[in-house]
Design a protein around this ligand. Structure first.
Ligand SMILES: [Zn+2]
Length: 142
């Protein structure tokens, strides 16, 4: 299973942000490519999980084995759920590239920044708004 950052760390990041140049056609192309590759990567993982579960589902003889297996399955289902959500976010980001909203903070409208997007291509908020959101979420959780 590949984590978000492991995949991104393996990607060559060739674009950088120059003064006054934000979301140029070249940069948009770079992120579109990155998002598409990421998505097909995830789809392979989801496929593997499904096949793995189909293979394993055959043998339910021993109750202990069954408990272990159910634990494994629920873990895999959670992983799949995470992957599905991530894929939905990737699709949203691709839509934002098409509509010209990609890389702009949804909350305050400023540029999210190339470096932040390279680390997190599905980011919809600038670092300030994201930090604020996390503080608020943390307060609600307490
Ligand atoms: Zn913002």
């Amino acid at each position: 299973m590949k984590s978000e950052s492991a995949f991104l760390n393996n990607e060559e990041t060739t674009v950088s942000q120059e003064e006054g140049l934000y979301m140029t056609p070249e940069q948009l192309e770079f992120f579109r490519d990155l998002l598409l590759k990421w998505k097909s990567n995830l789809m392979v993982d989801v496929d593997k999980t499904i096949h793995h579960m189909q293979d394993e589902a055959a043998n339910f003889a021993d109750p202990n084995d069954r408990a272990t297996q159910e634990e494994e399955f629920s873990l895999e289902l959670r992983t799949r759920d995470r992957e599905r959500k991530l894929m939905a976010k990737i699709d949203e980001s691709l839509n934002r590239i098409d509509s010209g909203e990609y890389g702009i903070c949804e909350e305050c409208g400023i540029e999210i920044g190339i470096n932040r997007l390279k680390a997190r291509p599905t980011a919809e908020l600038c670092i300030d708004c994201k930090t604020l959101q996390e503080i608020k979420e943390k307060q609600m959780a307490d």
